[in-house]
Design a protein around this ligand. Structure first.
Ligand code: ADP
Length: 388
């Protein structure tokens, strides 16, 4: 114990030993070879941790930074032992040298333990070549997905577009038939014609909704869209519904987004018309449309005081053709919210709701200020060329 206390008290005391030059017989060449070699090793050992620290600072998010730091400390301490070895030719600080060696020993054992511990994790890390291969693969997958998506969209568009023409013929002929032979038809025959015309009308609405759904996200060239103006246009187009439902609409200031106008119109139109449609018969409709700036995104809140939705249906209503009511109670196709979700998904946002059955529903949606769609990524050729 006394020896230990004495050791630390006289840590830098050099009076017990001669300087290394005077310890044994050194030729100038031998001594300087020793000194210069030690100093060279020390310099190199100092440079390595500095490079590592700079690397960690510049390359944010590198894996296992603590192992890097430990390794850097180990190298730096190794360097310090060589510096002291060189200095001892003039300054025989043997106690200090022993302490630095002890520290180096402890840190080197810790480095070995860390390396063994993180070995498997380090083996699992991908090399830049592996990353490159994966990136290439992902890019190809995105392009493939985007191509098949375009094909599907094209298919849905062509199918719904081509269905319109025979439907128009059916409606026209039914109308013609009724006007030509109406006088001779009995009530039963008229009822059949009315039912067929109503079914054809329903089909037209369905086809139009499907067309809107398939068109969503097809345009990736965005322009500024003033939502104040867009929502005013929607409200204007639904003046009659607003008047009939005696609706009060609270409209907060809305932002301008860089997006595709038709996509955004689909979203706001579906949410607003649902707010007007799914109303309670005993109260006047109150609809609120607000926007909150969340930094990197806008959050929109569209609230109504309508019939509400049971929590178990929150996910289901965003699926295409899913409806909670019969057509006779509330008309509709079950495509509106699926269209909203499709737009918001493509724009990289989120849509969800909160509702109180019998009291009202609030839809929330976020839209990033900088919209980047999958097509944008697929079109990126700045990283690698897929044909490589
Ligand atoms: P549609 O209105 O054509 O049926 P949507 O996809 O717009 O289709 O809506 C799906 C279902 O979600 C609707 O059938 C309705 O039951 C429910 N829903 C949508 N919006 C509201 C709302 N604001 N209040 C109550 N129920 C709603």
């Amino acid at each position: 114990m006394d020896q230990i206390l004495d050791f630390f008290r006289r840590l830098t005391d050099t009076s017990d030993w001669p300087a290394r030059w005077f310890c044994g017989r050194w030729s100038d060449f031998h001594g300087w070879l020793y000194i210069v070699s030690d100093l060279t090793i020390w310099l190199a050992y100092m440079a390595i941790p500095l490079i590592l620290i700079r690397f960690i600072i510049l390359k944010k998010g590198i894996p296992l930074p603590s192992v890097f730091l430990l390794f850097g400390t180990f190298i730096m301490l190794c360097g310090a032992t060589h510096l002291l070895d060189a200095l001892m030719f003039w300054w025989p600080a043997y106690r200090l040298a022993a302490l630095v060696k002890l520290l180096t020993g402890v840190v080197s054992v810790a480095t070995v333990i860390a390396l063994v511990r993180y070995f498997n994790e380090a083996i699992g890390l991908r090399t830049s070549r592996e990353f490159e291969r994966e990136l290439l693969f992902r890019q190809q997958a995105v392009q493939e997905l985007s191509r098949s998506n375009q094909e599907l969209q094209q298919f849905a568009y062509v199918a719904s577009h081509d269905l319109q023409s025979p439907l128009k013929t059916i409606v026209n002929y039914l109308t013609l038939f009724e006007s030509k032979y109406g006088e001779q038809l009995d009530t039963d025959a008229r009822r059949m014609i009315d039912t067929s015309t109503a079914a054809a009308d329903r089909m037209r609405t369905l086809i139009n909704d499907l067309l809107d759904f398939s068109r969503v996200g097809s345009v990736v060239e965005y322009k500024p869209v003033d939502l104040n103006e867009l929502v005013a246009e929607i409200l204007n187009e639904h003046q009659e519904d607003i008047r009939l439902s005696d609706a009060t609409i609270e409209l907060g200031p809305l932002p301008t987004l860089m997006a595709h106008r038709t996509d955004l119109k689909q979203v706001f139109q579906n949410l607003i018309t649902n707010g007007l449609k799914y109303r309670r018969t005993d109260v006047a409709v109150r609809l609120s449309i607000q926007a909150v700036d969340e930094g990197s995104a806008h959050r929109f809140v569209i609230a109504d005081n309508g019939i509400g939705i049971e929590p178990q249906h929150y996910d289901r209503i965003f699926q295409i053709f899913q409806r909670l009511h019969g057509r006779s109670t509330y008309p509709g196709t079950g495509i509106g919210l699926a269209t909203c979700k499709k737009v918001i998904d493509i724009y990289g946002g989120k849509i969800w709701l909160d509702s109180m059955p019998g009291a009202g529903t609030t839809f929330y949606l976020t839209i990033p200020k900088k919209i980047k769609t999958v097509q944008h990524y697929a079109q990126t050729d700045s990283l690698h060329s897929v044909s490589r």
